[in-house]
Design a protein. Structure first.
Ligand code: ATP
Ligand code: MG
Length: 503
């Protein structure tokens, strides 16, 4: 094939009048219509002098046109660099400089601040606004609706996807056509997506979850998406009767469960609810089943690898686990110091290998060498364990592991106990510097609506289920946990806030 990713995701649907996107205003975009728009954008991109392999930074609100930029980049052989809409000008400057982007596409509201920076770095600038207007669309309107696909191979780069920056500065993961294609094909099979599926899409499209999982799976299956600008409960509830599946982060599910309009009837014709990007509390899983009679399917992945594991479609979807390694993905649990594989049942570093694993971090050879082994295994930075039935559970991140007085303490274990206490909505357990122990345990608690927490009583109650060295030395109460846009708790911010408690 001339361009495997384009041909499979997009080219296969050329001329098809089947629906691709349903928009909240009632409009519908067919595959043929979408591909004509993306071909027009591809003409604009190449007309600006962009050449196969050049990077295109895209920081815009979610819209069909923004998605068409993805298709245009693939068709023109360009490397897409989707960027979080929350990034400031200063952060954007880092990404443009770091990636060497040849073109930056931004909202016109940012033009004044960003144009000088982009130009200083030798990048061109075009605008694309939330409503689809902008210089890019103006130029595209004049362009032909057919574009000759630029030949590319499976090993060519398709995207630089920056990580969420939960543990530090975001890193640009280099993803090839084969990385994206292999994962999308596997997920279509595993999750049984077909052309009849209508996916409720409320995720951002600058992240692997909304772009490469949700969108690519729909494209490979030839299904359609109800394409919402963001997560809005009213819209979700209004659109759900027309959908067959939804992919979400855990907060989607907790927010749905908190809304009395979300009933068994509202979900009755949905065949699949998928969760990922952050841990789904077992409690949410159980509540969801009690209400709807359906079990959320939790899976595990990351920017660098797309998806690695998934609970089974047909077998038991086990709460608190992320299921089994996907076909073609090898997963092992290793000793973080020696790299030796640990026996089943022991907690260690999660390493994965497969066609989904990225080529390395852009311009970070040392980091790449430290995390991507020569034999192809990627050290994910997550800690996990495999149970006797083969289900994988994530215990936390290596960087969040607490080492106190020589003992390894896994925050998750303590969080699970704290979460069960009266009045506790959720918790985050962190290690903070301590004079005698090196680090010690602090539990950060968020009360349920209206509840007042008695931290002494909670401390008393958790003594029994937890070994002494795991007891938090302090419990602090906060209104909410700091989270980034993907709903991930930013423990580094908490560690920073409470770093002086014991020194
Ligand atoms: P950074 O690498 O910049 O610190 P990040 O790791 O949060 O940020 P992403 O690639 O968006 O960036 O997220 C991947 C991480 O999300 C995984 O390594 C894992 O820690 C977490 N994750 C994803 N799915 C799940 C899940 N189902 N359960 C628990 N954690 C999950
Ligand atoms: Mg990461």
């Amino acid at each position: 094939m001339a361009n495997p990713l384009y041909d499979t995701l997009f080219g296969a649907h050329a001329g098809s009048e089947a629906p691709f996107l349903y928009l909240p205003d009632g409009n519908k975009i067919t595959y043929a219509g979408f591909l004509e728009s993306s071909a027009q954008i591809a003409h604009v991109l190449t007309g600006l002098g962009l050449w196969a392999g050049d990077r295109v930074a895209l920081q815009v609100q979610k819209s069909p046109q923004a998605l068409a930029v993805f298709a245009a980049c693939v068709q023109a052989g360009l490397v897409l660099l989707p960027l979080n809409t929350a990034y400031t000008t200063e952060e954007l400057t880092y990404f443009i400089e770091n990636s060497g982007a040849a073109l930056v596409i931004i909202d016109s509201g940012k033009l004044e601040a960003l144009a000088p920076v982009a130009e200083g770095l030798g990048a061109r600038v075009e605008t694309l606004n939330a409503d689809g207007s902008g210089s890019l669309t103006d130029k595209a309107a004049q362009a032909p609706r057919q574009f000759d696909t630029v030949p590319r191979g499976e090993d060519d780069l398709a995207a630089f996807l920056y990580t969420s920056g939960t543990t530090g500065r975001s890193k640009g993961a280099m993803l090839t056509q084969a990385n994206l294609l292999s994962n999308a094909r596997t997920l279509v099979q595993e999750w049984r997506f077909t052309a009849d599926d209508v996916l409720l899409h409320a995720l951002p499209i600058f992240h692997t979850h909304g772009l490469f999982v949700a969108t690519n799976v729909t494209l490979v299956a030839g299904g359609s998406m109800i394409f919402l600008p963001g997560f809005d409960l009213d819209q979700i509830l209004a659109q759900m009767p027309k959908a067959t599946a939804m992919m979400g982060v855990p907060t989607f599910y907790t927010r749905l469960l908190d809304d009395p309009r979300f009933t068994r009837g509202a979900a009755v014709h949905m065949r699949l609810f998928i969760s990922g990007s952050a841990p789904l509390l077992a409690e949410t899983h159980v509540q969801f089943e009690a209400l709807t009679g359906q079990r959320i399917l939790e899976r595990y992945g990351m920017t660098e690898t797309n998806m690695n594991t998934s609970n089974p479609y047909d077998g038991e979807r086990r709460a608190g686990t992320v299921g089994f390694p996907l076909p073609g993905v090898e997963l092992k649990i290793t000793n973080p110091e020696t790299g030796a594989t640990l026996p089943q049942g022991e907690v260690g570093a999660i390493e994965v290998r497969g066609p989904n694993v990225f080529k390395g971090y852009w311009q970070m050879p040392e980091k790449t060498a430290a995390e991507l082994r020569e034999d192809g295994f990627f050290i994910t930075g997550d800690l996990g364990v495999i149970d006797a039935d083969g289900y994988v559970s994530i215990v936390g991140r290596s960087k969040d592991l607490i080492i106190s007085g020589g003992y390894n303490i896994y925050p998750k274990e303590i969080e699970l106990v704290l979460d069960e206490q009266d009045g506790v909505l959720e918790s985050a357990v962190i290690g903070v510097p301590h004079r005698d122990f090196g680090e010690t345990v602090v539990g950060v608690l968020v009360p349920r609506n209206g509840a007042t927490l008695d931290t002494d009583a909670i401390m008393e109650k958790i003594r029994q289920p937890l070994a002494r060295f795991k007891h938090p030395r302090r419990l602090v109460v906060v209104d909410s946990l700091p989270r980034n846009t993907m709903g991930k708790v930013q423990k580094n911010l908490l560690r920073d806030e409470f770093k002086d408690l014991f020194v």
